[in-house]
Design a protein around this ligand. Structure first.
Ligand SMILES: Nc1ncnc2c1ncn2[C@@H]1O[C@H](COP(=O)(O)OP(=O)(O)OP(=O)(O)O)[C@@H](O)[C@H]1O
Length: 344
């Protein structure tokens, strides 16, 4: 199933708000394997965008192209107002990238890593020390600052990585799977950090395999599958793309329930809990028509709830895979992290 909630190409629809990242027809192949087969993106400045996809879908490849680490075979892109083909150095000066392979050097301390980054950005010594102290404080790394980074927990290492990225005052930050392998508490800490970055006006482009993460953080989500964007929109828009949504009406009075059930033929009955399930995409329009119908039939339900499929349902429907019977990703951790504050 391929669908798109909003046109992703700039030729269609009304003018779009100014983009921090825009791409048109990005393509990339390795040998005869097509990884990206025409990717269009439009990411408004100051928003969080999540690129979701199964393993090997091309998420990291997209980040590497947009951050100028590798060249695309075709298509155009602009990042932070700079053209990917014409002004890659402008892009490099305006972005920060943290990824699965971080820039943190484990053999030196967190503070030394920060000072090194300040040197790389040609900050005067005093300014470098000031920025380092401020960021170590902001990311709760003051106590660990003089310890070798290799002794940090996974969560601390990720925080140091982002702190190092912020030395260059980036306007766009690419976070490639920022919470993979973190325990739930560290993951929530990282989410808070990402929200704070955005409230400072930074645009965040994140890739993730955790659907809950995209649901929690992203203003817009794109699902990458088969080299293309299978769908994109807000989490709510994506959830409405697949069937399974319904409005549930519950009644306290059995006779009200019976008369509603008699009148609402398309509803599925749950006689035990006196509830009716009406298929609905959860949109305002459909909800209004249910409410209008109840009013005109003189029926008053005691409870009305709207149920939309969750992002996992959307993801598995769009990528054509079966939903695995295993704990939800948000409740598990593939490589359990050290306790957040542990410094070995
Ligand atoms: N340098 C390379 N040479 C050949 N193939 C590559 C290269 N880099 C990536 N690929 C292939 O391109 C595809 C997309 O890889 P990519 O790392 O972008 O996926 P991903 O969505 O980030 O996956 P993951 O979630 O596993 O990190 C994969 O099949 C990968 O094997």
């Amino acid at each position: 199933m391929r669908s798109s909630v909003m046109p992703t190409s700039s030729q269609d629809g009304p003018p779009q708000p100014s983009a921090a990242v825009s791409a048109l027809g990005l393509r990339k192949s390795y040998g005869d394997k097509t990884v990206l087969d025409g990717i269009d993106l439009h990411i408004p400045a100051g928003s969080v965008f999540a690129l979701l996809g199964p393993n090997g879908a091309g998420k990291t490849t997209t980040v590497h192209i947009l951050s100028t680490l590798i060249a695309a075979d075709g298509g155009r892109a602009q990042v932070a107002g700079h053209d990917l083909a014409g002004a890659p150095e402008g892009i490099r000066a305006a972005i920060g990238v943290t990824g699965q392979f971080s820039a943190v050097d484990g053999l030196i301390t967190g503070e030394e890593n920060m000072l090194l980054m300040a040197d790389l950005h040609h900050l005067p010594k005093a300014e470098g020390r000031r920025v380092t102290a401020e960021l170590l404080e902001r990311f709760d790394l003051v106590e660990a600052a003089r310890k070798p980074a290799q002794s940090y927990s996974g969560g601390m290492r990720r925080r140091l990585d982002i702190a190092m990225t912020l030395v260059g005052k980036p306007r766009v930050i690419f976070l490639d799977e920022p919470t993979t392998g973190l325990d739930p508490r560290s993951r929530h800490n990282m989410w808070q950090i990402i929200r704070e970055l955005v409230s400072d006006g930074v645009t965040v482009f994140l890739t993730t395999q955790y659907l809950e993460e995209a649901d929690q953080l992203a203003d817009r989500i794109a699902v990458l599958h088969g080299g293309r964007i299978a769908a994109q929109g807000t989490a709510e828009e994506l959830k409405r793309l697949i069937p399974g949504g319904h409005v549930r009406l519950r009644f306290a009075d059995p006779s009200a329930y019976r008369s509603a059930a008699g009148a609402l033929r398309e509803a599925t009955r749950d006689d035990e809990s006196l509830a009716l399930r009406i298929p609905s995409d959860g949109s305002q329009r459909e909800l209004r028509s249910v409410l209008d119908w109840l009013d005109s039939a003189g029926i008053e339900a005691d409870e009305l709830t709207v149920h939309t499929p969750d992002l996992d349902d959307v993801f598995f429907a769009l990528t054509g895979t079966d939903r695995p019977h295993q704990p939800h990703p948000s409740h598990q951790s593939n490589t359990p992290d050290q306790p957040e504050e542990a410094v070995r």
